[in-house]
Every structure is written in structure tokens, then in C-alpha cells.
Design a protein around this ligand. Structure first.
Ligand code: FAD
Length: 300
């Protein structure tokens, strides 16, 4: 198969954080057949969609990478929506609004794809991707087979899904949305976007929330209480309007971000006895110092 591939590229050119060293091969399948072919053929590749929840090591990544961004077909039939893994949530949100379908307004404000959003069980503004999901087609990488799973098989929780526990790669998903007036949907999308303009970094590299919210608490609030907004390490600093966002304001390395996360984690632990858990996913080869920090932060 003649599948698009880039060689020896800098991951910082792709990741939302604008951080990351070299990777030898980055593949871009355009169809389910190409995607499955790669999953069968490559040795344990890493899969990404929008690269909007990842921190890549500045040292680089040894494994092959597959990016689903060009596997981006979708169909809308009445209130049923079928989408490939690489469809941008924001694109689908707009298309559903045009058909007067509600349920995807929350996805208009951040850069995730359907695959990444389901893996993370992405949510915002009282909506989540699992609310409307009916079933998925997945590739089981240990059995090398395609299976269909229903929503109840997917173990959804706060920022968690079966995809984080089992060797499953999302290929396609089907949803059922509800009907509402287009004007109401459009207004909700506008409100969501306005909220982000005032609360989140604009045009400065970041990956959204760095830590998950502890149970019945807000990571942003407790980080603010320990003075995190004043913290910086190298080219990475905490965003001045939201203490749970790290921005790459000056060519930060993965080590800068990890060191900063470690300071934030330690301050919260010392002051509140809470051990924050990262929401961002880390990939790649680690320096000695990164290994030490990851052992504690990511428990690996
Ligand atoms: C400005 C900004 C605002 C944000 N706001 C929110 C928010 O409000 N709510 C929220 O939930 N998140 C938010 N995020 C975080 C991020 O957009 C989400 O986590 C999103 O779901 C990640 O999707 P992605 O396609 O970019 O995934 P990636 O970053 O490419 O990957 C994330 C994880 O998903 C896995 N993955 C990706 N595709 C597949 C697949 N097909 N099969 C199996 N695994 C896969 C990857 O291996 C990786 O572990 C925000 C990010 C930014 C930059």
C-alpha cells in the first residue's frame, strides 16, 4: 500500500505543546484499510489524533507513530453520526449544528479528534463524548483483529476509558444525538468559545489541563491557592489566568515541563496532602532526570 509517511521529523512541529524531538517514521493513513494495514504491519506503533494532550520527549521517540488526522470521514443520517478516528471534534460539532443536532457543542472549543476524545473521555461544559456514543469499531493489537464494542463495554469514567487499559485502537465510532433549534446550538457554541477566550491561553502552545481534577475538587483552584501562577522553569510557565495550564512561552523542553509539573505536584502535596495525577500523556525516551520525575508523577 502506498501510505503517506514522513521520515526523520521533529515532533515539536506537530504537537500542540510545540515540544518534542525526532521520530523516524510518522504515518498518515487515509482510510480504515490503510490504518488496519499499518496496525498489522508495524511493531507496536503509537497512535495520535490531534496531538493536543501529549508531551513528547525532547530526546525523541523511538517507536513508529501513526497520526489519524487524514482518516477523517463522517456521515450524518437523521440523528445518527458515524465518524472515523481522525475527525476533528470541532469540525463534527459544526456539521451537527448545521443539521440541528445537539450533543457535540462542547467539542467546538478544543483541538481533539474523535479517537483522542474517546480515549480520554473528553468533556466540557456539562457534555462528554461518552454521553452520545452508541458503539465503536476497534482494533485489538494483541489479537490483531477488528471488533465492535458497545458503549457499556468501554468502562468510561472521568478522563478514562477502556482504551487506557486494554490494547485497543479506535477505528470508528457511532453516536446518536438529539434534535434542537440550530440557533440554540449555535448560541451554546458561542458561549463555550467565549468562556475559553477569557479563561484559557490563546495562541500560545499548551495542551489544556495539565492535571486531572482530584475527586470533588478543582486542580486549578488548589494550584492557585499554592501560588502556582507565579511558577516557571526554563521556557515553561504556569498560565497567569489558570493555574492548571502550562504554556510553552520560550522554546521549552520536555524536561522544563516535567520539572514544572513536579514543583506544582510537590506544592499541592505539601499544602493539602493531595497527590495530583497528570491529565497530559507523556511519550518518548527519557533523560535520567525525566525518568526520576516520571516515576513519581506518572507512576512508571
Ligand atoms: C486549548 C486546549 C483546550 C482543551 N480543553 C479540553 C477540554 O475542555 N476538555 C477535554 O477533555 N480536553 C481538553 N483538552 C485536551 C485535549 O484536547 C483532549 O484530551 C483531546 O481528547 C485529545 O485528543 P487528540 O486527538 O488531540 O489526542 P492526542 O493528543 O493525539 O492523543 C491523546 C491520547 O489518546 C490516544 N489516542 C489518540 N487517538 C487514538 C485512537 N484512534 N485510538 C486509541 N488511542 C488514541 C493517544 O495514544 C494518547 O494517549 C484541551 C486541549 C487544549 C490544547
Amino acid at each position: 500500500m502506498d501510505i503517506e509517511v514522513l521520515h526523520n521529523i521533529d515532533l515539536k512541529d506537530f504537537s500542540y505543546f510545540k515540544i518534542g524531538g525526532k521520530v523516524e517514521n510518522l504515518y498518515f493513513p487515509k482510510s480504515i484499510d490503510e490504518f488496519i494495514f499499518l496496525l498489522m504491519d508495524l511493531d507496536n506503533p503509537l497512535i495520535f489524533g490531534g496531538f493536543s494532550n501529549v508531551l513528547f520527549s525532547s530526546v525523541g521517540v523511538k517507536q513508529d507513530l501513526i497520526c489519524t488526522s487524514k482518516f477523517d470521514k463522517f456521515d450524518i443520517n437523521d440523528s445518527y453520526v458515524k465518524a472515523s478516528a481522525g475527525v476533528r471534534g470541532a469540525v463534527l460539532s459544526r456539521a451537527c449544528m448545521e443539521k440541528s443536532l445537539t450533543g457535540f457543542e462542547f467539542m467546538s472549543g478544543f483541538p481533539g479528534t474523535i479517537g483522542g476524545n474517546i480515549y480520554m473521555n473528553a468533556s466540557a461544559h456539562k457534555q462528554s463524548i461518552s454521553d452520545t456514543l452508541l458503539k465503536v469499531k476497534v482494533f485489538n493489537t494483541s489479537k490483531k483483529e477488528v471488533v465492535e464494542l458497545l458503549k457499556n463495554d468501554l468502562n468510561f469514567g472521568y478522563r478514562s476509558s477502556v482504551f487506557q487499559e486494554k490494547p485497543y485502537i479506535l477505528l470508528e465510532a457511532e453516536f446518536e444525538l438529539s434534535v434542537d433549534k440550530k440557533e440554540n446550538i449555535s448560541n451554546r457554541i458561542k458561549e463555550n468559545r467565549e468562556f475559553r477566550k477569557t479563561h484559557q491561553p490563546q495562541n500560545i502552545p499548551n495542551v489544556g489541563s495539565i492535571f486531572r481534577n482530584p475527586e470533588n475538587n478543582s486542580a486549578g483552584k488548589i494550584l492557585d491557592e499554592v501560588g502556582a501562577k507565579l511558577l516557571k522553569v526554563g521556557g515553561a510557565k504556569v498560565f497567569e489566568n489558570h493555574a492548571n495550564f502550562i504554556v510553552n512561552y520560550d522554546n521549552a523542553t520536555s524536561c522544563d515541563v516535567l520539572e514544572l509539573m513536579f514543583v506544582m505536584y510537590n506544592k499541592v502535596k505539601e499544602n493539602f496532602g493531595i497527590e495530583l495525577k497528570p491529565e497530559v500523556k507523556y511519550f518518548g525516551d527519557m533523560s535520567e532526570r525525566e525518568r526520576e520525575i516520571c516515576k513519581i508523577l506518572f507512576q512508571r
